[in-house]
Design a protein around this ligand. Structure first.
Ligand SMILES: NC(=O)c1ccc[n+]([C@@H]2O[C@H](COP(=O)([O-])OP(=O)(O)OC[C@H]3O[C@@H](n4cnc5c(N)ncnc54)[C@H](OP(=O)(O)O)[C@@H]3O)[C@@H](O)[C@H]2O)c1
Length: 319
């Protein structure tokens, strides 16, 4: 029996897919919104049993359509986010500020609970356009709808991420790897399944009006993360601290590509620790602790990037 209807913007992404699977397990019906059903329909369709998932195509700029979608649900979740801008259409401001502003106004009007997913530790990053646009989005959500809950995750990992998988891809190819800011920046990586569990917890416990920092069970530096990933794919790599001016030049070069490895804005963001704030409330504080550790979890899919795949790792372990 369906108990709640949950609308998800950005449902086809990493958290979105974990979230659909977690919510339908508890008999919530999910309405997944995507920009392109032809492109994302197949991946979305496989996330839920028949009857528990509707897929809707919509533009985030189409206010009337968004109003209509929000009008028919109990909860709305915003998972839309970008790591780099693309031309004049996909800007940080439009996606991280204007869109949360639009949906929070509509949710308030329709009295629909809103969970807005932003990001952790943005406050110090005054030189990052990504961070500033996310902060402005949070402010708009708070101004428009005091019942909204804002979730601020640290870096998220899973087999579907663009972090551990991308780094393992690079580590498997190149003998040396650059460490930005000496690899000293700290993170609290959280698994996508733990973020989905938190979102489920917020909905099922009817938690409202909270800012929740979503953190993993451990703090790791950038260097430790790269070391773990190299270990997982059984490659010894030379990790070299990269001088900042070289890092800047390389990121300016990378951002010329359609899917850049690192942009100047991401490089700026990497300077700031991505850990819990001094007075912040975390998922641990509200009774939803993260359970999945980075190394243990990555080992379950790292064989994709190791020589010979899964079974060659097992063969090596026996020696
Ligand atoms: N991943 C992390 O490490 C991390 C860390 C902190 C915070 N966050 C935040 O958490 C949220 C979800 O993250 P995620 O990793 O699940 O993201 P993701 O995998 O990149 O997915 C985001 C979804 O947003 C939609 N989208 C992307 N660009 C869009 C655009 N220009 N217009 C409309 N929709 C667009 C896409 O859906 P369609 O293509 O189907 O339309 C995509 O599937 C984001 O706000 C992100 O900033 C992520």
């Amino acid at each position: 029996m369906i108990t709640k209807k949950v609308l998800i913007f950005g449902a086809s992404g990493q958290i979105g897919r974990y979230c659909i699977r977690r919510l339908v397990r508890n008999n919530y019906k999910v309405i997944a919104v995507t920009r392109n059903t032809h492109q994302k329909g197949y991946i979305l369709k496989t996330q839920a049993p028949i009857g528990y998932l509707d897929i809707e195509q919509a533009s985030i700029l189409d206010e009337e359509r968004i109003y209509q979608l929000i009008s028919n649900v109990d909860v709305c979740i915003n998972l839309i986010g970008i790591l780099f801008e693309k031309g004049k259409a996909d800007t940080f401001y439009k996606i991280h500020t204007e869109f949360p502003d639009r949906i929070s106004r509509i949710c308030k009007q329709k009295n629909v609970d809103l969970i807005h997913v932003s990001a952790l530790a943005l406050d110090n990053a005054i030189d990052s356009k990504y961070a500033q646009s996310k902060i402005k989005g949070e402010i708009k959500v708070r101004e428009n709808f005091d019942r909204a809950t804002i979730i601020k995750p640290s870096i998220i990992f899973s087999v579907d991420d663009k972090l551990s998988t991308r780094f393992m891809g690079l580590l498997s190819l190149f003998p040396i790897f650059p460490l930005y800011y000496n690899g000293e920046t700290k993170f609290t990586p959280i698994h996508a399944a733990d973020v989905a569990e938190l979102i489920f917890h917020v909905i099922s416990k009817e938690i409202i009006s909270k800012d929740i920092e979503a953190i993993g069970p451990e703090i790791l530096t950038f260097k430790e993360i790269i070391q773990i990933l190299s270990k997982c794919i059984k490659k010894k790599r030379l990790l070299i601290p990269m001088p900042l001016f070289l890092a800047k030049i390389s990121s300016i070069f990378f951002q010329l590509f359609p899917n850049p490895l690192l942009t100047l804005d991401q490089l700026r963001l990497l300077k700031y620790d991505n850990i819990k704030s001094k007075n912040g409330i975390t998922n641990f504080d509200i009774g939803c602790p993260s359970k999945l550790y980075f190394e243990e979890s990555v080992l379950k899919y790292s064989f994709n990037y190791a020589e010979g795949g899964q079974f060659s790792i097992k063969k090596n372990e026996k020696k």
